[in-house]
Design a protein around this ligand. Sequence first.
Ligand code: KIV
Length: 293
Amino acid sequence: MSAFPREGNGKFTVPELLQRKSEIRNSANAKITCLTAYDYPTARLLDEAGVDVLLVGDSLSMVVLGHENTLPVTIDDMLRHTAAVRRGTKRALVVADMPYGSYHTDNAESLRNAVRFVKEAGAEAVKIEGGERRLELIVRLTGAEIPVMGHVGLTPQSVNAMGGYRVQGKTADAAEQLLRDARAVEAAGAFAVVLEAVPRELAAQITRELRIPTIGIGAGPDCDGQILVLHDILGLNFGHTAKFARQYANVGEMISRAVTEYCDDVRQGSFPSDAESYHSGQTIHSRKSVPVI
Ligand code: KIV
């Protein structure tokens, strides 16, 4: 096996993402596409569709595990899902969200937790929420060869401290703080920063000022890239959808329709048909071997 097993096969890397910033600025390349992914099949589909960055978001807590917010999801949950996403990905950069509590105690423990995402789950970078107050930690993680994506503006792990989910940076003071946060994340060595629920003018200003790419979610069209939660664009969520989330499909409705049809077929006896049944004398193969046709 080569010492550089993936070299040359089109893998999207952190240096390439950084390089895109100047190319986007000069209109020489397209903006960065990011989506959340939580499991093997969706990771494969997103990767094959050409998404640049797959974020195993801690939104897993809500959209997959059914919790009310992102706080309950555990490191073990995130590791398991990150590993599944990594197995389904060939080209996209896989970034793992560090969950609430995994980087909030001391820097040594936070570093140990971040290392687990790289070693055990195959993450190529981690994302942490917070600006100025994460400066030291980002320096520590990048010093240990772990690329870090920052996340400022609305940081859902701060829901209790913020008293809800609100657009950030609306007053002059808040905008100034957000600018400081974004600058701090860059100065500490992050390779990109998510701007969530930020007025578009402020996001545009941050994007102009920073040398690293900004990835917007509810931050207007001028960011270097965009990210959305997969379940929002697919219509697989059950609650309120944010103003910034565009729905491209109604997969929830497709699943309901398919499952209703299946139940009707079973109840009416039209499934399975004779063609879908084995006959005595046929060899039965396990699911892993070639199926009997
Ligand atoms: O957890 C998440 O989904 C995120 C967003 C940036 C999409 O952090």
